[in-house]
Design a protein around this ligand. Structure first.
Ligand code: TRP
Ligand code: SF4
Length: 407
């Protein structure tokens, strides 16, 4: 992707604090974060205000959930030296941007977000006909835009929220990116590129605007990228001018789709807290052993001598996550011929999970013992995040005519 001049290659993602994390989180979201933290500047945060949109009646659990979640992030190896870890409610700028965006976001855009009606249906026992819940995806937009993030790793269910974010950013830029005399300034900036480039830019812009050719837009952006003798301000204007409106104050992010976790739960369904089929990252090894030994298998294997079908067994799904081809062949043959018993079959999976979780649990214990350390990590993260967010808000206020300090 091409970045705009005021956009960094920055990854941002948040997680609602739902308490201690489990293997589903690890194999889905966290392993992806572990990879991203080496490739990009990463910001990861606890979305505690988002937790309140659904759990406003039980706010007392949120703090502990934030602790447990962040400790689990650290325990799996999210490194505060490479990723900035923070708490949403400690960076007030998210709230300010959310409020400002709410002024210009059409109600219909929020009512149309699929998760709005879905979740209301799903969580019927809660009253979610609230202002805050409707605003859930807009708060998420503010989370993203306040850091001018270029990429947002999210699961399938969150892609619509990133899409909304793009629309909101576009609308914001359209409304507030217009400085007085923008067109004249843009025209002047074009001439500064030199005759040949000016002509090319003008042609490409026309092609994009009249025929909607995305390729022309890409080429024009690449052309701007190369320009050495125009100022950064002019560059920004010309990026904005390509698409019409004005300067781009809030750049549009892209969703970085996280493949759905293949981690099955103890009953073969997707691992999820609401199904009660999870293995927590910090689970006691004896409980893990017990839960795996008693987990259901192919019901056809009533007696040890009855053959079974791995495809009908949740243990087989676990082998697919954890086992080598060799072990998988052993399972296939042994199960179909009743050559192995189900407990034999579970052995390698139990070992693999215990091995995977032992170092995570060990590190979690260290962090649990040293709350001060965790507090410092978060406090530094919050400071760093706030610095970036403050800068964005100052540009936002200025573009909206709210920058009273300068008068
Ligand atoms: N809504 C996200 C979820 O439920 C959490 C979230 C809040 C988020 N703000 C975000 C994710 C910003 C990415 C970017 O998973
Ligand atoms: Fe499942 Fe393994 Fe038992 Fe077959 S042998 S039913 S795959 S646990």
């Amino acid at each position: 992707m091409t970045l705009l001049p005021n956009q960094t290659s920055r990854v941002l993602s948040g997680m609602r604090p739902t308490g201690a994390l489990h293997l589903g989180h690890y194999h889905g979201v966290l392993k992806n974060w572990l990879k991203l933290q080496h490739e990009y500047e990463c910001f990861f945060f606890a979305a505690d205000w988002h937790a309140l949109t659904t759990h406003y009646e039980t706010p007392d659990t949120i703090e502990q959930h934030v602790w447990d979640m962040v400790i689990d992030w650290l325990a799996v190896g999210i490194n505060p030296g490479s990723a900035c870890l923070f708490i949403q409610s400690r960076v007030m700028e998210h709230a300010e941007l959310h409020l400002l965006l709410s002024m210009m976001t059409p109600l219909g855009w929020l009512e149309r977000v699929p998760s709005y009606k879905d979740q209301q249906e799903k969580l019927k026992e809660r009253d979610l006909a609230t202002y805050g819940f409707l605003g859930y995806p807009l708060l998420q937009s503010a989370d993203i835009l306040v850091y001018k993030a270029s990429q947002v790793p999210v699961g399938e269910d969150q892609v619509a929220h990133v899409e909304l974010t793009r629309e909101v950013a576009r609308r914001f830029n359209h409304l507030y990116g217009r400085e007085p005399g923008f067109e004249e300034k843009a025209a002047e900036a074009i001439t500064k590129m030199g005759k040949k480039n000016a002509k090319l830019y003008t042609q490409l812009r026309k092609k994009y605007q009249e025929q909607g050719e995305d390729e022309a837009l890409e080429t024009a952006r690449a052309l701007l990228e190369e320009q050495q003798n125009i100022t950064l301000g002019d560059k920004e204007r010309l990026y904005g001018y390509l698409e019409g409106g004005g300067r781009i104050i809030l750049p549009e992010p892209e969703a970085l789709l996280t493949p759905a976790s293949k981690m099955p739960g103890l009953d073969g369904q997707k691992m999820s807290k609401s199904y009660g089929n999870t293995i927590a990252l910090r689970e006691d090894p004896e409980i893990i052993e017990k839960n795996l030994r008693t987990m259901p298998t192919d019901p056809a294997r009533v007696r040890r001598t009855d053959p079974g079908t791995p495809e009908k067994c949740p243990v087989w799904s676990l082998h697919q996550v954890y086992s080598s081809d060799e072990i998988k062949t052993w399972v296939q043959e042994g199960c179909r011929t009743a050559g192995i018993g189900c407990l034999d079959c579970k052995g390698p999976v139990i070992d693999a999970i215990q091995q995977e979780l032992a170092p995570i649990r060990e590190r979690a214990v260290e962090y649990e013992k040293d709350k001060g350390l965790v507090r410092n990590i978060l406090s530094e993260g919050c400071d760093k995040a706030r610095d970036v967010a403050k800068q964005t808000l100052s540009e936002v206020r200025q573009s909206m005519g709210l920058d009273y300090r300068q008068n």
